[in-house]
Design a protein around this ligand. Structure first.
Ligand SMILES: Cc1cc2nc3c(=O)[nH]c(=O)nc-3n(C[C@H](O)[C@H](O)[C@H](O)COP(=O)(O)OP(=O)(O)OC[C@H]3O[C@@H](n4cnc5c(N)ncnc54)[C@H](O)[C@@H]3O)c2cc1C
Length: 397
């Protein structure tokens, strides 16, 4: 069972993870078969971490992400009747009939990926972590500051207690306070837009195809879920999204039917609408002495390409491997020498995805004429030039 959070002054851990979000918990759980003593700190109470609220996010997972969740022993506990399979993905520009198509056959798999509600992933991650005896959850506690010493890092907590550790791993969101306190700056982009996510039931089948419709004042995505339902994602300026949030249910349903040109027939809102600001962040450095960033704290992706958590899982997979190798070789797990390999590998994988995604969004949300022309050309370019399309498909493997 998970250790109770009775923390005395100057208690020692090998690794302290700040943030019990999905990345922090998944990372900590990766040390279940080791002798490392790991603590996970979160300002939220255990009750909320164990039973996360529905947040409207339907998470599209790649094959690699599912493999990571299998290795952590989490995938098998997620009921399969609430997992949807994505077979194809289509990107459509404005009202054009032309679309960019990604098909599962192109990656030699039976489907492109899986769709699982975020709260289900979080709930099952916690369920797994609570059974691991070398992990302690310190809830209702904020990490206030970190002092880096030669032999250890000292963490000052909001309950005035201090803990010592060889390595601090920040998984405290894209707005990570710890990252700023440790002097790690970011490339930050505020798109000045909001995203509304909700689930809708619709008359016509989605045939397990995900769609991204880039319109001129908003983008709409549809993520095919189970039982003729889909995750509907609308990105637009704040005035428009505020209006959509305030609309009565019936009016909202009609608006969505019209927005999709009756593509899915009658549409009905299931549950609530949730809104998120569109701000992306990319940390210039992922590591420093006794400190590493993971998940959104390292790379806070734009959700439009659905890669945030996928990159988070890839990152923690690399970092777990780097730490296990250092332990085997008897190297200090907090040393920059040990952590540099993680930084190098994650930058190499994350930078192209992050910067390409932001450029695509710039292009497809611009209303100026050259951008409209370029976006028509870009879809054909990616669709027909094999190496370019392969770059996008590689991410899905
Ligand atoms: C609308 C939307 C749709 C998305 N869809 C997809 C998708 O389809 N596929 C995909 O791969 N990704 C998707 N993502 C991205 C994915 O949700 C995130 O990448 C993921 O949730 C990040 O998890 P995290 O653990 O890094 O951070 P978070 O979930 O933000 O967790 C951070 C945790 O840190 C805690 N914390 C913060 N500060 C402190 C502190 N000082 N001390 C202690 N605790 C602290 C918080 O309480 C929280 O529990 C989507 C995101 C959005 C917004």
């Amino acid at each position: 069972m998970l250790r109770k959070s009775k923390i005395k002054n100057n208690i020692k851990f090998d690794i302290v993870v700040v943030g019990a979000g999905p990345t922090g918990i998944a990372f900590a759980s990766g040390f279940s078969k080791t002798r490392l003593k790991v603590a996970v700190i979160d300002k939220l109470p255990r009750k909320i971490i164990a039973n996360p609220k529905i947040d409207g996010r339907e998470i599209a997972l790649t094959h690699n992400s599912v493999n990571v969740l299998k290795k952590l022993g989490v995938w098998s506990s997620i009921p399969k009747n609430i997992v949807s399979l994505i077979k194809k993905a289509r990107v459509i520009d404005g009202d054009s009939k032309y679309f960019l198509n990604f098909d599962h056959n192109e990656i030699q798999k039976k489907h492109l990926g899986y769709l699982v509600p975020n709260y289900i992933i979080k709930k099952n991650l916690y369920k797994k972590m609570k059974k691991i005896s070398n992990i302690s959850l310190i809830d209702k506690t904020e990490c206030l500051s970190i002092n880096i010493e030669n032999q250890y890092a000292e963490i000052i907590l909001s309950n005035r207690k201090k803990i010592q550790t060889s390595l601090v791993v920040a998984a405290d969101s894209r707005f990570s306070k710890i990252r700023s306190k440790m002097g790690h700056s970011t490339f930050t982009r505020n798109f000045n837009k909001n995203m509304i996510v909700c689930r809708m039931r619709h008359e016509k089948t989605h045939k397990n195809i995900a769609y991204e419709f880039f319109r001129y004042n908003q983008t709409q995505a549809i993520l095919p879920y189970v039982k003729n339902q889909s995750g509907i994602v609308t990105t637009a300026n704040k005035d428009l999204t505020n209006n959509l949030m305030k609309m009565k249910k019936k009016e909202f349903n009609k608006e969505m039917e019209n927005n999709f040109n009756n593509f899915f027939g009658k549409m009905r809102l299931v549950g609530k609408r949730y809104t998120y600001p569109m701000i992306t962040t990319y940390a210039k450095k992922f590591v420093s002495n006794r400190f590493a960033l993971i998940g959104d704290a390292a790379v806070g992706m734009h959700p439009v390409t659905a890669h945030g958590f996928n990159l988070g899982l890839r990152g923690l997979e690399i970092l777990i491997d780097v730490i296990n190798k250092a332990v085997k070789k008897g190297i200090d797990i907090g040393s920059v020498d040990a952590l540099n390999e993680y930084q190098y590998k994650l930058h190499r994988e994350a930078a192209p995805v992050y910067f390409a995604t932001n450029s695509i969004i710039n292009l497809y949300t611009s209303n100026i004429f050259p951008a409209k022309l370029t976006r028509q050309f870009a879809l054909r370019f990616v669709n027909t030039i094999k190496p370019v399309k392969q770059t996008f498909l590689n991410i899905l493997r």
